[in-house]
Structure formats: structure tokens, C-alpha cells
Design a protein around this ligand. Structure first.
Ligand code: AMP
Length: 208
């Protein structure tokens, strides 16, 4: 099964994608994670991507499409995959349609006004990989699981989040109509507990 997970930044795509890929045994391909890895390794793609990511802008389509095409050509994608954060523009979706057959685009729907708080309150642990939110753990500095100092993603500050939400509204929301017209759109209400949203997504996937 080849699945696209759509949704605004902060809608919970990464969390849901990790769970779904585990349940279905298919790779979770996140363009955001690929860029983060490239930035860490200081590759040329990473350096270029960083200049856009830091401003809350989308990385150019040519670069993004190239890394996804390369990733999808690997053997582990033969039995299916879950795309998280790609496509984010109509040209990306069109490029994807040329190399892949997508079964469904699951849209995690959440009121936009909830997203600023969701994003600026995120904290991650660099040691154990745990992800938390200050609404649940309070404004603590140490990881609740392992005690390591928690970090905030560089692009989760208010100014950059505003740009990311603008990019989402202008460049990514047209994908909802794109997949709807192909009969592939499935919408799930994502403004709930992680387990409830996961249950809804799994129901949608089972019905395909
Ligand atoms: P994410 O972790 O999915 O929120 O992605 C972090 C940042 O990476 C985004 O704000 C974009 O700057 C960039 N990015 C991720 N995926 C894409 C994409 N499909 N197209 C363009 N830029 C992307």
C-alpha cells in the first residue's frame, strides 16, 4: 500500500506515520527527517534545505522531488510506503504520480488556530528521541523518560511557525482538492488524542 499523509505542520503527521508504518511494516518516509539528517551531515542538499527551513519556507520542488524519487527506488519500498510531509505542492504531487501509484491520501484535519500552540510547545529529547508537549509535561527542562535536556526544534519558534502555516495554506492545501478529484482523499479529524486519531486512520486504511 502506497499512502500519502497530508496535514498541516503540527497536525501529528510524524507521530501517526511512525505508528502506521510499524503496524503495516512499510517504510515511513519523511522529507522533513531526510532534510534534518542531511543538515546534520552537512551535505550540499542539507545546506541548501537549511536556508529555506530556517525561514519557514518550502525547499524547492526540484530538490525535494529528487530526494523522494531516489528514496522510493530503494528495495524496501517495493511492498509499499508511507509518505509524511510529501507532497507539499501540486508540482510535487504531479511528479509523484509519474513514478508511483498512490492508493490514498489521508488528510489529518485540524483547526489552523490550534497549530501555533501545538508547534511552539513541542519539545524533543536528543538522547532517547522522545517527543513531548509542554501542555502535558509542564515547562520542565529535563526529558521525562531519560533526564536529558530537552530541545525545541529551531523552526518551532513563533515567527517561523507563522511562515510555515502560510506556506501550508498557500501551497499545500490545494493538494486536498487534487487528491479529492482523483477519488483518493480520506479525511480524518486529528484534533484528538493520539490513540483516537490512530484508530480513525486505521479504519480508513482498512476500508481501502
Ligand atoms: P516537517 O518536519 O515535515 O515539518 O518539515 C520541516 C521543513 O522541511 C518544512 O518546513 C520545509 O521547509 C521542509 N520540507 C519538508 N518536506 C518538504 C516538502 N515536501 N517540500 C518542501 N519542503 C519540505
Amino acid at each position: 500500500m502506497n499512502i500519502v499523509l497530508l496535514g498541516a505542520p503540527g497536525s501529528g503527521k510524524g507521530t501517526q506515520a511512525a505508528r502506521i508504518s510499524e503496524i503495516y511494516g512499510i517504510p515511513h518516509i519523511s522529507t522533513g527527517d531526510i532534510f534534518t539528517e542531511n543538515i546534520k551531515n552537512q551535505t550540499s542538499v542539507g545546506m541548501l534545505a537549511k536556508s529555506y527551513i530556517d525561514k519557514g519556507q518550502l525547499v524547492p520542488d526540484e530538490v525535494t522531488v529528487r530526494i523522494v524519487e531516489e528514496r522510493l527506488s530503494r528495495e524496501d519500498c517495493a511492498k509499499g510506503y508511507l509518505l509524511d510531509g510529501f507532497p507539499r505542492t501540486i508540482p510535487q504531487a504531479e511528479a509523484l504520480d509519474k513514478v508511483a501509484s498512490i492508493d490514498a491520501a489521508v488528510n489529518l484535519d485540524i483547526p489552523l488556530e490550534k497549530l501555533m500552540r501545538r508547534l511552539t510547545g513541542r519539545r524533543g529529547c536528543p538522547k532517547c528521541g522522545g517527543n513531548f508537549h509542554i501542555d502535558f509535561i509542564g515547562d520542565v527542562t529535563g526529558c521525562p523518560k531519560c533526564g536529558e535536556k530537552l530541545v525545541t526544534r529551531a523552526d518551532d519558534n513563533e515567527e517561523t511557525v507563522s511562515s510555515r502555516l502560510k506556506a501550508y495554506t498557500e501551497q499545500t492545501t490545494p493538494l486536498i482538492g487534487y487528491y479529492e478529484s482523483q477519488g483518493k482523499l480520506r479525511t480524518v479529524q486529528a484534533d484528538g488524542a493520539i490513540e483516537d486519531v490512530l484508530r480513525s486512520v486505521l479504519e480508513v486504511l482498512k476500508a481501502l
